[in-house]
Ligand binder design. Structure first.
Ligand code: NAD
Length: 334
């Protein structure tokens, strides 16, 4: 099957070509992000392969349909960037990679927690400057602390498992209970209780209308003063402006982000020769107790292998049966 692969980086190409070795699909690698404007690049391809910051709205889907597209295969778990009702209307199947390596994202979450707590980012810069002073680097023991996991799905459970290993009490909030979370010693509580009792709040829920700005001014005001907030899910689960106010007041003691509401204009590109025009993002960078990575939590060799293999599998099953193996249906929004 002919496939237009949007937002291609060198690593996407490497892992997709390896996964495609036996499947034999005709992969066309395109560096541009997918949008209504770039959709013409997929003209004549039945399948389109896209990533997290591609804009797969009604207009894009309508133009893809005109060009003959019948499948959008996402190289991601999240699918908040796809207008699923429009895809249904245009009879375009949408596939995703439901679980590639929850360990990759969970371990990155822990990396952010440990780096922020022990100020590794500041210590690294200090030592290179010959500054071995410890003032400002004071951390806390994780053992005995309470960590709140918002969204105890695949990634949330793995994060909880590691935190239990550190000796944390782990609270969870999720409309769906997970037996694994309970088995590893997690305690389900209401979100309000989780926010009030947690020293660390880590977000692992999908972005949808119910979770958009879940962490807003009101939620932040109910958290423990000095709380550590970690977001490796999707940027818009957090109201960034409210978080900045929380950092300025000291209500938020540490902030670790791998995702950002407006990351589409920044992440995955080398902008080091450009100025950052996003004033909200630039303000975040001024806080010593804020650590931001550019949507790299998924970025391990194991995860990229699994993403590529599942994506090629989705395309192959669509070619053989007319349905991708891991279809995202409009019903999932509900
Ligand atoms: P998952 O579907 O296995 O788990 C998500 C969980 O969130 C589910 O248990 C669901 O019931 C729960 N949930 C839904 N609404 C909720 C709410 N209002 N409050 C609390 N919980 C709620 O998904 P996953 O594989 O664990 O991934 C979680 C999210 O992580 C994805 O949606 C994606 O946005 C993000 N992600 C980020 C990266 C990265 O590189 N930073 C990589 C993969 C996934």
């Amino acid at each position: 099957m002919k496939v237009a692969v949007f937002s291609t980086k060198s690593y996407d190409r490497r892992f997709l070509e390896a996964a495609n070795a036996n499947a034999g699909h005709e992969l066309h690698f395109i560096e541009a992000r997918l949008s209504a404007q770039t959709s013409a690049l997929a003209k004549g391809t039945v399948a389109v392969c896209a990533f997290v910051n591609d804009t797969i709205d009604r207009e894009t889907l309508s133009r893809l349909k005109e060009g003959g597209c019948r499948l959008v295969a996402l190289r991601s778990a999240g699918f908040n960037n796809v207008d699923l009702p429009a895809a249904r209307e245009f009879d375009i199947a949408v596939a995703r990679v439901p679980a590639y390596s929850p360990y990759a994202v969970a371990e990155h979450t822990i990396a952010l927690i440990l780096a922020l707590n022990r100020n590794i980012h500041r210590a690294y810069a200090r030592v290179r400057e010959g500054n071995f002073a410890l003032e400002g680097l004071l951390g806390f023991d994780l053992r005995g602390r309470t960590a709140g996991i918002v969204g105890t799905g695949t990634i949330g459970v793995e994060t909880a498992r590691i935190l239990r290993g550190f000796g944390c009490r782990v609270l969870g909030s999720d409309p769906q209970r997970c037996d694994d979370f309970i088995a590893l010693g997690g305690e389900y509580v209401a979100l309000a209780t989780l926010l009030a009792e947690s020293d660390i709040v880590s977000l692992h829920c999908p972005l949808n209308p119910a979770t958009h700005h879940l962490i807003d001014e009101a939620a932040i005001s109910t958290m423990k003063p000095g709380v550590m907030l970690i977001n490796t899910s999707r940027g818009a689960v957090v109201d960034t402006r409210a978080v900045i106010r929380g950092l300025k007041s000291g209500q938020i003691g540490h902030l670790g982000l791998d995702v950002y509401e407006e990351e589409g204009d920044l992440f995955f590109e080398d902008l080091s020769d450009h100025m950052i025009r996003d004033d909200v993002f630039a303000r975040l960078l001024t806080f010593p107790n804020v650590l931001i990575t550019g949507h790299q939590a998924f970025f391990t060799a194991e995860a990229l292998t699994a993403i590529a293999e599942t994506t090629i599998g989705n395309i192959t099953s669509f070619a053989q049966t007319g349905r991708p193996a891991h279809e995202v249906s409009v019903e999932r929004i509900a």
